[in-house]
Design a protein around this ligand. Sequence first.
Ligand code: URA
Length: 236
Amino acid sequence: MRLDKYISKALGVTRKEAKEIIRRGEVQVDGEVIRKADFKVPEKANVFVDGQKVEAKDKIYLMLNKPKGYLSTTERDKDYPSFLELIPEYEHLEPFAAGRLDVDAEGFLLVTNDGQLAHRITHPKWKVPKTYEVLLEKPLTEEQIEKIKQRKVLVDGKPVAVEDLKVLEPNRVLLTITEGRFHIVKNLFKELGNKVLNLKRVAIGEIQLDEDLLEGYYRHLTEEEVKKLKKMVGLD
Ligand code: URA
């Protein structure tokens, strides 16, 4: 990779700014000051800017269909594997999940190393809708459906930010919420004396989980999809 591209990726600056930093003699590659923007950075080179080691990491955005039994965290756990075990080829890029999913939940895990995007997708301020397909132990009554839609069900004394509820079958619903409190879907139905038997996230914002994406498999989001997500959270 050219040095100006490397510096621009590593510092998140424009190519023009990177060239300026290089011209000022602030960049060292393997101990030598390099002032040429088109210098080819060798693989595994040690690059320093102003004495600080920097790394050009590519940004990744994956749609992973998380199976049950996997953690959405990156820590190693003695009981369950992390989702990282499903994407070993990307582990060096230090990805994490933008929005957790319980170990017994499945579906769309947005895996990225774009910290700013992940933060905004999960922050309630940006109200990014997440849709879950929920299988319940008992059918919902009309009264309960209305209560959920009107945000009258409280969890820990606070209304749940419900955007939409579609009843697929008496005990199977599509619930869209714009918040991510811990166990929020399970707790919402628990408040109504019901129990979630199966929980699957099927959409984040406008991006739907591909129906033909098998459990444990992933695909890269398209540029268009990344743009849509960024736009939703004011990053365009
Ligand atoms: N709500 C839950 O209860 N669990 C999840 O994994 C996500 C939302």
